[in-house]
Ligand binder design. Structure first.
Ligand code: ATP
Length: 313
């Protein structure tokens, strides 16, 4: 085989409930992942030694060496599949998922690299085995393999697919002029909670074990976008807004322009808006870009499947 190309989606968190910091510094999460139609494309080809080329959205901010999450995933896979030959692989990543935007683009590329090498090497590992390997590289890799809508626990890697009707949701993403580091946002959340432990504005359920939002799950089962919009929640949002105050204006603008719900994507700084249908999403995207409250906008829909081979030859 000369090469395998995999397409992999970005994720949103429709709920992100964050527990207190654990002894190892990580936080237990309960999250509702949702894969959307914004894709990176990852091609893996046999080569003399491992290497990576990154093109597209934010490519200059992605490491082009062994620190790239795609190459780290391949190294982890190789340790499990020692008999795939002695050569390396060259990975080409075409990015459309913005970097450090809260959309798990790095984890997506790691997931895509696992699927591509599994195919290239005819290794025959199951998705759950790949997910276990991926979880050693990033907490969102397992979901990028699975796709759809799913509840994530632990650090987000313990997944249960959500039973939901075939409703497609229409989202508008507002990309910010800037980035947020995920560890910095978690640190800001811990500081906010330490300063105001009883203040629900510092993150719902502050200090308590995180809980799945039953009303959100019921809204998803009903397929009613208006109900889903009302239940979107993200404990990291106050922390992200404290580090990036312009996000408040973006969120308010989207709601005033008719979004059914709004929230910060993961650790931000992308803002996410739910629209009633495709037409409303188009209107919202046009109005948001005209309002000058973000760098650019994208319309996406979800749920979509996880990482999948699009060509192999
Ligand atoms: P997280 O998944 O931690 O919530 P995020 O979604 O906000 O993060 P990513 O786009 O995954 O952001 O990037 C996080 C960091 O990972 C960036 O600083 C980037 O340099 C690094 N990184 C390593 N490999 C990749 C990759 N293949 N694509 C994007 N970022 C990568």
């Amino acid at each position: 085989m000369t090469g395998v190309t995999v397409r992999v989606p970005a994720k949103l968190n429709l709920q992100l409930a964050v527990g207190p910091p654990r002894a190892d510094g990580y936080h237990d999460l309960v999250t509702v992942f949702h894969a959307v139609s914004l894709f990176d494309q990852v091609t893996v080809e046999p080569a003399a030694r491992d290497g990576v080329t990154v093109t597209g959205e934010g490519a200059d901010r992605v490491p082009a060496d062994q620190d790239n999450l795609a190459l780290r995933a391949i190294a982890a896979l190789r340790a499990e599949v020692p008999d795939q030959g002695t050569g390396g692989v060259h990975v080409t990543i075409a990015k459309r998922i913005p970097v450090a935007a809260g959309l798990a683009g790095g984890s997506a590329d790691a997931a895509a690299a696992l699927i591509a090498c599994n195919e290239l090497w005819a290794a025959g590992l199951t998705q759950s085995r790949l997910a276990a390997i991926g979880a050693t590289v990033g907490s969102d890799v397992a979901f990028a393999l699975l796709g759809g809508t799913a509840v994530g626990r632990g650090r987000g890697e313990q997944l249960t697919p959500a039973l939901a009707p075939a409703t497609q949701y229409h989202w508008v993403l507002a990309f910010a002029d800037g980035q947020l580091s995920t560890p910095a946002v978690y640190a800001a959340l811990d500081r906010l909670r330490a300063a105001r432990p009883a203040d629900p504005g510092s993150g719902a359920g502050a200090g308590a074990e995180p809980d799945l939002d039953a009303a959100l799950m019921s809204a998803l089962r009903s397929g009613d976008a208006a109900r889903v919009g009302q239940r979107l929640s993200n404990d990291l949002q106050p922390a992200a807004v404290s580090l990036f105050p312009a996000l408040r204006k973006t969120l308010t603008a989207g709601l005033e322009l008719g979004a059914l719900g709004a929230l910060v994507a993961g650790s931000g700084p992308t803002c996410v808006f739910l629209a009633a249908n495709a037409e409303r999403a188009l209107e919202l995207a046009v109005s948001l870009s005209g309002a000058g409250v973000c760098r650019s906008v994208a319309r996406v829909s979800g749920p979509v499947p996880g990482a999948a081979v699009v060509s192999a030859g």
